[in-house]
Ligand binder design. Structure first.
Ligand code: IPE
Ligand code: IPE
Ligand code: MG
Ligand code: MG
Ligand code: MG
Length: 471
């Protein structure tokens, strides 16, 4: 066990290096980490230390512990040890740090600056018998009960951490780990979508180059990419091929951006700002903006024709998208929107408008993701119910943000609906009832996903993201 570890001061600044056994004999303050792996249900993975360990043999403790070596980052060391000890690989998030100084067995002293990491893992470990004698998943309530019944069967650092943070603290770590996992997924999808859009749009040099420049200006480098995210999450639940989903996501985003470019035109909402910069008709001109919309719509179908699925599937995808954006979907909803300026719509009509102008494309995004899965038939019914809830919520949140957020945060002109006398949820229901409705819709979205169980993880997270978005 010859290993050179990092000595630190009480602020975790490196002060030198020393050999592992020497450090623990002398009680020198050194850098260490403790990993807490949870499953999505909130159970904690405990390990029982192998009998051949240099101290605390046979005691139960958190999932994995260790030390970064000279020249190694703490996070890299944590990943390395989690794999060496438990055969697990997962996203880790730093959730806490603590300094402790305790006598352990074999006349050794643990004097550590401990970095606590949390992660989420659904899979059972493959424990290395030289490190762990046994493992088990326990709910935090069970952990707490065992700690009070038989504290001496647990490692001292695990006891100290649990005493300090309790069930509530550990549950918060699980939450943080869960959101870290989702953020990593979301960023990866956004990046892949960006790359696919970049590839699927004609280059700026292709003639007519102004049109292609304007298309690229409209599409690249802005937007939350919510429709591609929803498509990917549904595809994941259904078991679709990610390469197909990347292309479908790009097609959806082209269609969405076309709708924004036209929505901003002087004849429609007459907006000069989108994604924090000049709208297409301001940056170029109106004729170009109209043609950008036309061309993006067609480019979306060209992209769908390239999706690596059977031709009949491509046809289904095209049908879904066409239905969603036509006169019975987005374009129809926009017509009602434009027609209702200055009028007080009743709630059913307002709801219909929102379902058409925004909900229809969101529903298509989800269905198209699932349709990319060519294996066993997938029941679209739960997805449709989910889509009905978040599709409406999406536009209600947009109405709330229009009334409450500022232009810098939104990247588009705030207060535009009231200024233009557009009937929307805030003007019809008021702010608080609109917020209440959004919360109800969020609940409905989560309920709709029940039949999909853990396959719907990203869809659950996306529902919350839609509801809590700030721009
Ligand atoms: C804005 O959509 C228009 C609505 C349909 C509410 P998003 O808010 O999804 O637009 P970006 O692409 O992320 O800016
Ligand atoms: C736009 O609704 C809906 C579509 C583009 C289809 P809004 O007009 O409220 O969208 P923003 O607020 O301009 O993004
Ligand atoms: Mg509009
Ligand atoms: Mg608008
Ligand atoms: Mg709006």
């Amino acid at each position: 066990m010859e290993e050179t570890l990092i000595l630190v001061n009480k602020d975790d600044c490196q002060t030198g290096f020393a050999e592992k056994l020497h450090i623990h004999q002398q009680g020198l303050l050194h850098r260490a980490f403790s990993i807490f792996i949870f499953d999505r249900q909130g159970r904690l993975l405990l390990q029982q230390r192998a009998l051949g360990k240099y101290h605390s043999q046979g005691l139960w403790t958190n999932t994995c512990c260790g030390h970064p070596r000279r020249g190694e980052t703490t996070e890299a060391a944590a990943r390395r040890r989690l794999f060496e000890e438990m055969g697990l690989e997962c996203e880790l998030r730093l959730v806490s740090q603590l300094l402790y100084h305790e006598q352990v067995s074999n006349q050794l002293i643990e004097h550590e600056y401990d970095h606590v990491f949390a992660g989420i893992c659904q899979q059972d470990p493959v424990a290395n018998p030289e490190e762990a004698l046994a493992w088990q998943w326990l709910s935090l309530a069970q952990v707490s009960q065992r700690l009070s019944q038989a504290p001496q069967t647990f490692s001292i650092w695990f006891r100290r951490i649990f005493e300090r943070h309790g069930i509530i603290g550990l549950r918060a770590w699980q939450e943080q780990a869960r959101s870290a996992l989702f953020d990593a997924w979301r960023h990866a999808i956004v990046e892949r979508t960006e790359r696919m859009l970049e590839q699927q749009l004609p280059s700026s040099e292709t003639l007519p180059s102004v049109l292609h420049q304007a298309m690229r200006y409209a599409v690249l480098g802005g937007g939350k990419r919510m429709r591609p995210l929803l498509c990917q999450a549904a595809g994941l639940a259904a078991g679709a091929n990610p390469a197909a989903l990347d292309m479908v996501g790009a097609a959806l985003e082209m269609m969405h951006v076309y709708s924004l470019v036209h929505d901003d035109l002087p004849a429609m909402d007459d907006d000069e700002l989108r994604h924090g910069r000049a709208t297409v008709h301001v940056q170029f001109d109106q004729a170009t903006a109209i043609l950008v919309g036309d061309a993006l719509q067609s480019q979306a179908f060209i992209t769908l024709r390239r999706v690596p699925v059977a031709a009949e599937r491509q046809a289904l995808l095209m049908g879904e998208l066409a239905m969603a954006v036509g006169s019975l979907g987005m374009a129809g909803g926009q017509m009602i929107d434009i027609d209702s300026v200055g009028q007080a719509l009743d709630i059913p009509r307002l709801e219909q408008m929102h379902r058409m102008k925004t909900g229809a494309l969101i529903r298509a995004a989800l269905r198209m993701g699932a349709l990319c899965a060519e294996g066993a038939p997938f029941d679209l019914e739960p997805l449709d119910r989910y889509a009905a809830a978040i599709g409406l919520a999406y536009q209600v949140v947009d109405d709330i943000l229009d009334a409450t957020a500022d232009t810098a945060t939104l990247g588009k002109t705030a207060g535009k609906d009231a200024q233009d006398h557009k009937p929307n949820y805030v003007s019809l229901l008021g702010l608080e009832p609109s917020r209440r409705l959004v919360r109800q819709l969020d609940e409905r979205a989560h309920q709709a996903l029940e039949p999909l169980a853990e396959r719907a993880e990203q869809l659950h997270e996306l529902a919350d993201l839609v509801i809590n978005r700030l721009h």
